[in-house]
Design a protein around this ligand. Structure first.
Ligand code: MN
Length: 128
C-alpha cells in the first residue's frame, strides 16, 4: 500500500500545517491549490487518499468529489476522500457526504483528529 496523500486546499497556512503534520508520520503530501488542478493531480499520480477543502477558488469541493466519483477510473471512483469543511453547522458535512466524500472534518484542523482520520484509511508508514 502506498503513502501518497493529495491535499486540495487554497489556504497556504492550512496546507503548511497539514504538510508538516503528515510528513512527520512518513506520508508524502501532494499539493493542489484549486479544484481543477487537484483533479489533474489525482488523474496523474498514484493517490491513496484525498483531503478535500470545500471552499475552493474555482470549482468547489462538492464538485471535485462528484467528478472523482463519476469518473470511469476505479482509482478515482473509490479513492478515500476526507472533506474538510468550514461550515459544518450549515449543512456542509451532509452535502460533502452526498457528493461522495467518505468522512468529514471541521476547521480549524485538529492535528490528532487528522492523524486518526488519515490512519483509518492509510496506515502511517513510520512514526517519528
Ligand atoms: Mn478554502
Amino acid at each position: 500500500m502506498g503513502n501518497q496523500i493529495l491535499y486540495i486546499e487554497d489556504n497556504p497556512d492550512n496546507m503548511m500545517l497539514v504538510k508538516r503534520a503528515l510528513e512527520s508520520r512518513g506520508y508524502v503530501l501532494l499539493e493542489a491549490f484549486n479544484g481543477i488542478n487537484g483533479l489533474d493531480v489525482a488523474e496523474k499520480a498514484e493517490i491513496d487518499l484525498i483531503l478535500l477543502d470545500i471552499n475552493l477558488p474555482d470549482i468547489d469541493g462538492y464538485e471535485v468529489a462528484r467528478r472523482l466519483r463519476g469518473s470511469g477510473k476505479p482509482n478515482l471512483a473509490y479513492v478515500p476522500i476526507i472533506a474538510i469543511t468550514a461550515n459544518a453547522l450549515k449543512g456542509d458535512a451532509e452535502k460533502a457526504l452526498s457528493a461522495g466524500c467518505d468522512v468529514y472534518m471541521s476547521k480549524p484542523i485538529n492535528i490528532r483528529e487528522l492523524w486518526a482520520r488519515v490512519e483509518a484509511f492509510v496506515p502511517a508508514p513510520e512514526k517519528k
